[in-house]
Write a protein that binds this ligand. Structure first.
Ligand code: MF3
Ligand code: CO
Length: 254
C-alpha cells in the first residue's frame, strides 16, 4: 500500500481519535507514582479508551498482549505491562498508546518521571520531547520527509544523546502502520515530498548512551544494549500548507 491522503471527513475522525488519546495520556500520567505497577497504568489506559467507546489499537496487534506499552528506564519501547513490575522513585517510564475511533487511528507516546528523578534523566526526557518539536518545524507540504528526520537527529546528537535506528515512525490512518516510514535519523537523500492531508506518527526514541538496542526474550521489549536510559515522545501529525496540526496533542495537558 502507498501513502494515503486523507479527506476532510477522515481528518475529522482522526482529530477525534487524537483528542481522545491526549486525554488518555493525561489520565495515565496522573496515576504515576512510586508503588504502582506497570499493569495499573495499562488498566487505567484501557479504561479511559473504552470510556470513549474506542478500541485500544495495540491490543492483539501482531499478538501484542496488552493495551498500552509501558517501558521503564533502559526499556526503549514495547515494554509489556506486568503486575509484578512496581515503579520506584527515580524511574522514568515511557507510555505508548493508540486508539481507534470509528475505524481511524491515533498513536502517541509520553515519558514521565516517577517521583523525584535526577536532573540528568529529566534532561533526557526534555530533549526527547523538544526533538519532536524541532523536527515538526519541517513537517509541512512541499518539504521532504527526511528534513524532519535530519532535524531530529541533529538536535538529539548536538545535545549528547543518540537516536534509535532500528525503529521508526510511520504513516497512520485506517491502519496503525502505513507508509511512509519516518526515521529519526537521516538516510541517504531527502525522502518523499510531503503533501497536504498526509498523517504521520513522528516518534523520536532517544538513548542517553549509544543507539544500539536489542530485544528481550519476550520478543517485544526493546532495551538499550548499554543499559542506559531511553525516552520516547510521539504524536500523530497532520501535514498542511502551513503549520502542522498535532492531532494527539493538547498544550494544556501534556
Ligand atoms: N506505538 C507503536 C508504534 O508506533 C506501536 C506499538 S506496537 C504494539 O509502532 F504492538 F504494541 F502495538
Ligand atoms: Co507509532
Amino acid at each position: 500500500m502507498s501513502v494515503t491522503i486523507k479527506s476532510e471527513h477522515e481528518i475529522e475522525l482522526m482529530r477525534e481519535a487524537g483528542r481522545i488519546l491526549s486525554i488518555v495520556h493525561d489520565e495515565m500520567g496522573k496515576i504515576i507514582r512510586p508503588g504502582i505497577s506497570t499493569m495499573d497504568i495499562n488498566r487505567k489506559g484501557e479504561e479511559v479508551i473504552r470510556s470513549f467507546g474506542c478500541i485500544p489499537s495495540f491490543l492483539n496487534y501482531q499478538g501484542y498482549p496488552a493495551s498500552i506499552c509501558v517501558s521503564v528506564n533502559d526499556e526503549v519501547v514495547h515494554g509489556i505491562p506486568d503486575k509484578r513490575h512496581i515503579l520506584k522513585e527515580g524511574d522514568i517510564v515511557s507510555l505508548d498508546a493508540g486508539v481507534i475511533y470509528k475505524g481511524y487511528q491515533s498513536d502517541a507516546a509520553r515519558t514521565h518521571a516517577v517521583g523525584k528523578i535526577s536532573e540528568e534523566d529529566q534532561r533526557l526526557i526534555d530533549i526527547t520531547k523538544q526533538s519532536f518539536f524541532e523536527g515538526i518545524k519541517y513537517a509541512r507540504a512541499g518539504n521532504h520527509l527526511f528534513d524532519i528526520s535530519k532535524t531530529i537527529q541533529d538536535f538529539v546528537e548536538d545535545n549528547g544523546y543518540s537516536v534509535v535506528r532500528d525503529l521508526v515512525g510511520h504513516g497512520i490512518g485506517r491502519k496503525l502502520h502505513e507508509e511512509p516510514q519516518v526515521p529519526n535519523f537521516k538516510p541517504i537523500g531527502r525522502g518523499m515530498k510531503l503533501r497536504v492531508g498526509m498523517t504521520l506518527a513522528i516518534e523520536p526514541m532517544v538513548n542517553a548512551g549509544a543507539y544500539d538496542v536489542w530485544m528481550l526474550e519476550d520478543d517485544w521489549t526493546v532495551v538499550t544494549k548499554d543499559s542506559t536510559k531511553s525516552a520516547h515522545y510521539e504524536n500523530t501529525v497532520l501535514i498542511t500548507d502551513g503549520e502542522p496540526e498535532l492531532l494527539s496533542y493538547n498544550k494544556d495537558l501534556l
